[in-house]
Design a protein around this ligand. Structure first.
Ligand SMILES: [Zn+2]
Length: 486
């Protein structure tokens, strides 16, 4: 015989199973509003030549922002930034303009045989240069670097050494690139920054280490003998002149807000970066996959949730749809939001971030129905389990966690906008299709997007958001020790 309580529990369970079934049916219904046609329509505009590669602060980025805003407005999403859809902020654009080194009457021009590798201006008729054979902390400990330029050779990464040298009180550094292909790469970067400037959220410092990277053959001009014959303590002198120009530019994140029906103070943020790298050498870098695909997905997910709400099935928790700016310049838009959140980060339940979901990488040519997930288990195991369950139930993609490995050399976990949420303790999932030969090339165009896959992956984000937004309890955050990553 059943007790009263077990009958009650059984009927409560029946109610919750029933409501889960209703929710599932509704989720499937509104996922259908995400269509290949809509995705194609939005992405064909965002990744068109007329948007000029959507470079942060430029005309194309503004046009993309306007397009996204109009979409949010037409859906009836709220404009949450004091009545605006734009969260505007300033960036400093620094150009390493005219720079030159003069040694023994010979002028070495910036971007020709050298690259001035600092954002600090410099002007001095005589710099004292000391050669150090191995620029390691160990070898540098007996060198008096104060007020001097330290010269050293490098065959790879040299920026950590620059930091050490600066801490020793040196005024500057001359880096002789041992590997000429490395030097050519530095020159390419230098030329890129000369025309595009480098962007930062903080005003660049007036003082700091003045550093120059040069072809190794130039060592002889300074020291009178080739690089291979130089010994620690050899000295030289030269003149260095470096001009730095800074401009202020304005850019904006675009925010569309859908208020929750029951737990409206709790928020899910869905992000993708809508900026890309602009025009280079006269070619438009359309950024169809990077990250037109993610931006388009956000537009469609927003529409699906709005339609659900119109039919009386709005999410219990609120959702912020936020295509961000400045990602390609160093995750600047999401960093700005994380420091100036429009809704408190403590109430932010999760961030689902999408950056490139319209293509297939070389590792999945034979099993194209996949997506890389990164970060889902790092902060909330429950989020990871929900994500897996949603995929199992609805989308059945292969979820590839290769890039989620803690020791993966590509460090993808730190390389897109979710990181600015994760570092503040907000559970995140990052959706990514891996790189391909068109990555950051002018050939990342809309004709190469696989829209059936874009639809499937967008669905996965939608279903996951749907579940997080509608479940009874907020996601549980795992207990963790302090991380020393920054
Ligand atoms: Zn990207």
């Amino acid at each position: 015989m059943k007790t009263f309580f077990s009958t009650l529990i059984m009927s409560l369970m029946a109610v919750s199973i029933l409501s889960a079934q209703v929710m599932e049916k509704q989720a499937r219904k509104f996922a259908k509003t995400i269509t290949d046609d809509d995705l194609t329509r939005h992405l064909s505009i965002l990744a068109s030549d007329s948007l000029e590669g959507r470079e942060t602060g430029k005309k194309g980025q503004k046009m993309a922002a306007e397009y996204i805003k109009n979409h949010f407005e037409s859906l009836g999403l709220k404009a949450p930034v004091d009545g605006s859809y734009f969260q505007k902020f300033n960036l400093y654009q620094t150009y390493r303009g005219n720079s030159e080194l003069v040694v023994d009457g010979k002028t070495i021009k910036n971007l020709d045989q050298m690259v001035y590798w600092a954002n600090v201006p410099f002007e001095k008729d005589e710099i004292e240069i000391v050669y150090v054979n191995k620029a390691t902390e160990e070898d540098l400990k007996d060198v008096n670097a104060k007020g001097k330029f330290l010269a050293f050779k490098a065959d790879g990464q040299f920026t950590p050494i620059l930091k050490t040298i600066e801490e020793m009180g040196a005024e500057g550094a001359l880096v002789f690139a041992e590997d000429s292909s490395r030097m050519n790469m530095v020159l390419r970067y230098g030329r890129y920054y000369a025309t595009h400037g480098s962007l930062s959220r903080n005003k660049p410092a007036k003082e700091g280490l003045a550093s120059v990277v040069l072809y190794k053959e130039l060592a002889e001009d300074f020291f009178g003998k080739p690089l291979a014959e130089l010994k620690t303590g050899d000295t030289a002198s030269a003149e260095l002149f470096a001009e730095i120009n800074t401009k202020i530019m304005e850019t904006e994140n675009v925010l569309g807000y859908l208020e929750g029906t029951e737990k409206k103070d709790e928020l899910i943020v869905i992000t993708a970066h809508y900026d890309h790298v602009g025009i280079q050498d006269g070619k438009v870098y359309n950024g169809a996959d990077d990250d037109g695909s993610g931006t388009t997905a956000v537009l469609e997910i927003a529409e699906a949730f709005v339609k659900a709400k119109e039919k009386g099935h709005g999410p219990k928790r609120s959702i912020l749809f936020m295509p961000v700016t400045g990602e390609e310049k160093g995750l600047l838009g999401s960093a700005h939001y994380a420091e100036n959140p429009v809704f408190p980060l403590e109430n932010t339940v999760a961030n689902l971030n999408i950056d490139m979901i319209g293509r297939v990488d070389s590792a999945h040519m034979d099993d194209r129905e996949f997506v890389y997930l990164i970060g889902s288990d790092r902060i909330s195991t429950e989020l990871h389990e929900i994500s897996e369950a949603m995929n199992e139930n609805y989308t059945k993609l292969e979820l590839d966690y290769t890039y989620n490995a803690e020791d993966h050399p590509d460090r993808i976990y730190y390389r897109s906008d979710h990181w600015n949420f994760a570092k503040n303790g907000v559970p995140i999932i990052f959706y990514f299709n891996g790189t391909h030969p068109d990555y950051h090339q002018h050939t990342d165009t809309v004709d190469k997007i696989e829209f059936d896959l874009l639809k499937k992956r967008t669905d996965l984000v939608f279903y996951t958001a749907w579940e997080i937004a509608n479940r009874e309890d907020r996601l549980i955050i795992d207990e963790v020790e302090e991380s020393d990553e920054d």
